[in-house]
Structure formats: structure tokens, C-alpha cells
Design a protein around this ligand. Sequence first.
Ligand SMILES: [Zn+2]
Length: 75
Amino acid sequence: MRQYHTTVKETKEIDKIICNRCGRSIPVIQGVPREDVLEVSKRWGYFSEKDNRLDEFDLCEQCYDEIISEFKIKI
Ligand SMILES: [Zn+2]
């Protein structure tokens, strides 16, 4: 025999993603963004001036295209 008890677990679900560059909102419906985005998560290392800092941001596709168009070496 097994006895059970009921628990309530709190979960976080994304409602929208906001582009850090232009501020535009991208709706997320049932966990799926309506547009693709670039998600960046960077933990800076010891040999940087941001020792161990975690930087996270999102970019919409249009901002991504504008930023990479400025690269001297194309991707
Ligand atoms: Zn944007």
C-alpha cells in the first residue's frame, strides 16, 4: 500500500520576450515564441574586466540582422 499527499508546485511560464535592443515584445504562446529570438547568456571569465559577471539578453531577429550587418567579417 502506498499513501500519497497532494502538493502544489509553482512553475514559471514565459508570457513574452522583450528585445533588449529595441524593446519590442514577442508574445510566447504555450511556451513557444511567435518569432525566433537570439538568447545570449555569457558568464565573463577571470581574464575580463567583468570577472564572473553573468550577462543575459534577448534580441529580436531584426536587431540581430542589424548588428551582424556591422560586422567587418561576415558570418
Ligand atoms: Zn529588437
